[in-house]
Ligand binder design. Structure first.
Ligand SMILES: [Zn+2]
Length: 247
């Protein structure tokens, strides 16, 4: 699904477009001019489908050079190992999250509880994966014609990271993972590392940005006026309330 000149949605589960594996997050592909960069990887249970979705746009999974992870929950990071194995792509994530990914520490991402709750098949395993590029909060980097900056935005989980991507003409896109979703919704979980107060601070920080597009980890994207969605949640937190949650 083409969202803009260089951005495609190639995977999305039940909390989105119900298109690839039901548990998949939204998986985006950016044509950077020097290959493809994925934002998140899905569960890993529909890599072939995502490759077919890319092929419809005359793009190939083999051209993936980077996989940016917004956080470690298996619906976002579970496909990273397989896609990196197939393509040689570098996995990019927050420095502090790297040891957890490399160890495949399922307890650290509450995967046993999520399996019991029926979010994943009982025989699902989180495959450990080498961290290629480890980022600090605020770090900027270029991939092809795009610049990205990483923001550590904890709350939904400990290592959530949003990526602000800027084009040469000054337009920006926020890949927001599960930190902030369409309509100012959040994703509240009873997991060990969810923190509503940390999430409120993270969203306050994001509310200072002026992105044009909001491409979240679940649900529908906002292709314009993205900042309004962030500020809706920020306003609710400002009245000591809690924004509505998805799913
Ligand atoms: Zn999540």
């Amino acid at each position: 699904m083409k969202l803009s000149r260089d951005i495609y949605l190639i995977g999305s589960g039940k909390l989105g477009f119900d298109w690839t594996h039901p548990a998949d997050c939204n998986v985006y592909a950016v044509d950077t001019g020097e290959g493809l960069t994925l934002i998140d990887s899905g569960t890993g249970l529909s890599v072939d489908e995502m490759a077919s979705n890319l092929a419809e746009h005359h793009c190939s999974m083999a051209d993936v050079t980077h996989i940016l992870l917004t956080h470690l929950h298996a619906d976002h990071s579970g496909g990273a190992a397989e896609i990196a194995r197939l393509t040689g792509a570098q996995v990019v994530l927050l420095d502090e999250a790297a040891p957890v990914l490399e160890a495949g520490d399922e307890a650290a991402i509450d995967l046993p509880q999520a399996k019991l709750a029926g979010f994943y098949p009982v025989d699902y395993n989180w495959t450990p994966c080498k961290a290629g590029i480890r980022l600090r909060d605020g770090e900027m980097f270029m991939i092809g014609r795009y610049s990205f900056s990483a923001m550590h935005t904890p709350g939904h989980s400990r290592y959530d990271t949003c990526y602000l991507m800027e084009t040469a003409n000054g337009r920006s896109v926020l890949f927001s993972g599960d930190t902030i979703l369409y309509g100012g919704k959040i994703s509240m979980l009873s997991t060990h590392d969810f923190s509503i107060s940390a999430l409120a601070l993270s969203i306050e920080r994001l509310a200072a940005l002026e992105p044009e597009m909001l491409l979240p980890g679940h649900g529908q994207p906002a292709l314009s006026r993205a900042a309004e969605h962030i500020r809706t949640a920020s306003r609710i937190f400002g009245t000591l309330g809690i924004p509505p949650t998805i799913g």
